[in-house]
Write a protein that binds this ligand. Structure first.
Ligand SMILES: Nc1ncnc2c1ncn2[C@@H]1O[C@H](COP(=O)(O)OP(=O)(O)OP(=O)(O)O)[C@@H](O)[C@H]1O
Length: 745
């Protein structure tokens, strides 16, 4: 292979960079050491010296230590691959320069020249986005013009330069091809070196605005969401501390799967959770939730779907259900307002009920009900204090006057004494009692306002016919009957969480700790409208990045069917689509596209990035045969693949097959919601749990629980078929149903 003409030059440049980084690394190691020593000494001196000086010393050195450690870790992380690309760029009116782009920036200490430019910096946008020639990029709101002469990529492994590639419009992105041909390590990887222009646009889209992404399976939605978080913190980290960012993932398994990527991208403490876990944490409710996948399995297993169950599950996710909850809150608001009466100390009115009501219903109506009560309590407290003092003064003056009058106005000694004694007795009894009563006025007045019990309020709505008629008078008799029948016994389901969170937000308010300011949602197609609206209501922000794929909406019986309602809910949102799949080979995607074409959503077919592989293989067998599976598994391993999954439609079949294969001595692991993935065996995965995951090869097995010609089953099959990067094998007793929905010959 012929070397690039600049190879020697680039070799020297890499050498220079590595040496410089080594110098910085040694310096930061010395800094780490010296600050640690300083802290240790200051701690030892704490007893003898002026302690405040020692504390300052410790604080300064701790800060210094943190900085040195961050620098050291940053440098260590990029030692093996300091940069991956270079641009030759000239900013208008300035000298042209070569900028090397990597995962973090490194500057020359004396000259401040950039040795490596961070991929998230504004100028790096030119590499991802810019064609060659004249172009502009943005730094904050300012547009910078310039000229891009060339883009170059590097293959660097373990600190060694392997290849130099110039890219222009006609050449293929070789780094991308290399990256895609790689192995799925059952983990997502960072892709900073091969981010594509359409992905870059989403990563860098206006960070203060919501964005909705409809992206095909394997188009990089999850990857992009994670990179957008990294970009967000780099660009706006000072305004938005990472604790205020939240990523909502579809399952704990999935969180484990993305867990390694965020630290690699320099993202530290960010709240990673599922919607259910977030709601339970934020509301503090102790509920045992029914497994949502049970319902999915019920719906996919039964021949005829239970329409009542469907109606209820669907209804609970709609904005109409939110209206009902809103009416409920309004009713509670009115009931609370009716509790206000005039406030008295003794017979004196301190505050009028009408004023308190106005505060509650109008002035503070932007607040949750309990918060309004707290505010009113504060106002009442200061008003009562003020009026109590006034009253005390008026009454003491009155008694003084009465005493004066008695002293000087009554001639008769006997009468005068008697009068004075009476006035004094009355005064001595009344004034302290006013003090005493005044001090208790607020707390005893406030006793009428009880804290809301969200769980029992919601349970009341689920079971109380009177309340039901009041809040949802438009329901038909049969709908109402089905609703009560479904809630006869206490059962908490995922579908109830939006309502519970909404009630909590409106009645109690979301505590600061859980009031996230920026939200990233993966697999957003599985959210209902009410879930999104409730989050928006509770968090009082619309800074949401929402990525999903309607074709994978396996919960669409209760979740989104189109993006229009989300666009209406987030009017400031940008909507964008990703059609290219980076995961799957052309051969696999062509087959998956046939399933996609049969869906009701009318989604465009997915375009695989040009990468060929083996044709998907069909195997007909009367029942699952462990030795056949073993043979297929071994042949896949023989072709150099490591992460291999066997996907079944349901958990039940997955468990049965797992048992059978385990008995035959095969290395297998059954994946559950909370499993840690073991990369060294055949993973057995129910289709709904495979969503979002990726493997080198996938075997789909459908025996006892075949995929039916039904919208949910098509989606489950599509999800399973789009998990592999390289190979797909389909096993079934009669291939007819599989072939029918896969649209094969
Ligand atoms: N620009 C890119 N360069 C290299 N690899 C990429 C790029 N974009 C995506 N990929 C790879 O494609 C695969 C699919 O990405 P990802 O899982 O983020 O897609 P997704 O849209 O979330 O998929 P799904 O909807 O099927 O879960 C991953 O292996 C990812 O690393």
């Amino acid at each position: 292979m012929q070397k690039h003409p600049d190879f020697e030059f680039e070799l020297q440049r890499l050498d220079y960079t590595k040496h410089y980084m080594q110098r910085l690394l040694e310096e930061s190691m010395r800094d780490v050491q010296s600050s640690q020593d300083e802290i240790r000494h200051a701690m030892a001196d704490l007893d003898y010296l002026d302690s405040s000086l020692s504390y300052i010393n410790i604080l300064t050195n701790t800060r210094f230590f943190e900085m040195a450690r961050t620098q050291k870790e940053g440098l260590e992380a990029i030692q093996q691959k300091p940069y991956f690309a270079r641009i030759h760029f000239q900013t208008e009116g300035e000298k042209d320069e070569f900028l090397y782009i990597g995962k973090t920036s490194v500057f020359h200490q004396e000259t401040q020249e950039p040795i490596i430019v961070d991929w998230r910096s504004p100028v790096a946008n030119v590499y991802y986005d810019g064609r060659l020639g004249d172009l502009t990029y943005k730094v904050r709101d300012e547009e910078i013009s310039g000229h891009l002469f060339s883009k170059r990529q590097y293959k660097i492994e373990e600190g060694e330069l392997l290849d130099v590639l110039d890219i222009d419009l006609t050449t293929n992105d070789e780094l991308l091809q290399d990256a895609l041909a790689g192995k799925a390590d059952v983990r997502l990887t960072e892709i900073v070196s091969t981010i594509q222009a359409e992905q870059n646009e989403i990563i860098r889209a206006n960070l203060k605005q919501p964005i909705i992404v409809q992206g095909a399976a394997g188009s990089g939605k999850t990857t992009i969401a994670l990179h957008r978080i990294s970009y967000f913190l780099y660009t706006m980290g000072t305004d938005f501390p990472s604790e205020k960012l939240m990523i909502l993932a579809p399952s704990k398994l999935f969180m484990e799967y993305i867990g390694d990527v965020l630290p690699e991208l320099g993202v530290g403490r960010i709240c990673q959770t599922t919607f259910a876990e977030y709601v339970l944490d934020a509301t503090g409710l102790k509920l045992k939730l029914a497994d949502p996948n049970k319902k999915l399995e019920l719906l996919t297993a039964a021949d005829s779907v239970n329409e009542d169950q469907l109606f209820i599950a669907r209804m609970k996710g709609t904005l109409r259900y939110r209206e009902i909850m809103q009416r409920y809150v309004e009713k509670l608001e009115q009931e609370t307002a009716a509790l206000f009466e005039d406030v008295y100390i003794e017979k004196y009115r301190i505050m009028r009920a009408s004023r308190l009501k106005k505060l509650f219903l109008e002035d503070f109506n932007y607040m949750p009900l309990e918060k309004r009560i707290e505010r009113i309590k504060l106002i009442m407290q200061s008003e009562v204090n003020r009026k109590r003092k006034q009253l005390y003064k008026i009454l003491s003056d009155k008694y003084e006057e009465a005493l004066d009058k008695a002293l000087y106005g009554i001639r008769d000694d006997e009468k005068r004494r008697a009068r004075i004694t009476r006035v004094m007795d009355e005064r001595d009894e009344r004034l302290p009692s006013i003090e005493k009563e005044g001090k208790k006025t607020v707390s005893s007045y406030m006793k009428r306002f009880k804290k809301f019990n969200i769980k029992s309020l919601y349970r009341d709505w689920l079971t109380n016919p009177q309340l039901h008629i009041e809040l949802a008078c438009h329901w038909s008799e049969s709908e109402r009957d089905a609703f009560f029948a479904a809630h006869a016994s206490e059962l908490w389901e995922t579908e109830d969480l939006a309502a519970l969170y909404y009630l909590h937000a409106k009645l109690k308010g979301v505590a600061d700790e859980w009031k996230m300011r920026v939200v990233f949602i993966d697999e957003v197609q599985d959210y209902s409208e009410f879930q999104l609206a409730a989050l928006q209501d509770g968090l009082e922000t619309d800074m949401f990045t929402m990525v999903g794929d309607l074709a994978q909406g396996i919960h669409s019986y209760r979740a989104l069917k189109s993006w229009e309602p989300v666009q209406e809910m987030f009017p400031r949102a940008t909507y964008t689509t990703l059609q290219k799949s980076y995961r799957t080979t052309i051969e696999i995607m062509q087959l998956a596209n046939k399933v996609l074409a049969q869906m009701d959503e009318d989604l465009p077919l997915v375009e695989p990035v040009v990468r060929h592989g083996r044709e998907p293989e069909f195997y007909e067998m009367p029942r699952l045969n462990a030795s056949d599976v073993n043979e297929i598994y071994k042949s896949i391993l023989g072709r150099g693949h490591r992460s291999i999954a066997l996907i079944c439609k349901t958990r039940k079949e997955a468990a049965a097959i797992h048992k059978q294969l385990e008995k035959s001595g095969m290395p297998v692991q059954l994946l559950g919601e909370n499993s840690d993935i073991n990369g060294n065996c055949l993973l057995i995965v129910p289709s709904h749990l495979s969503k979002g995951l990726e493997f080198d090869a996938v075997i789909i097995a459908a025996f006892d629980e075949p995929f039916r010609d039904h919208p949910i089953d098509r989606k489950l099959l599509y999800v399973a078929m789009t998990r592999p990067m390289h190979e797909l094998h389909l096993l079934s007793d009669t291939l007819a149903p599989l072939i029918k929905i896969a649209g094969e010959k």
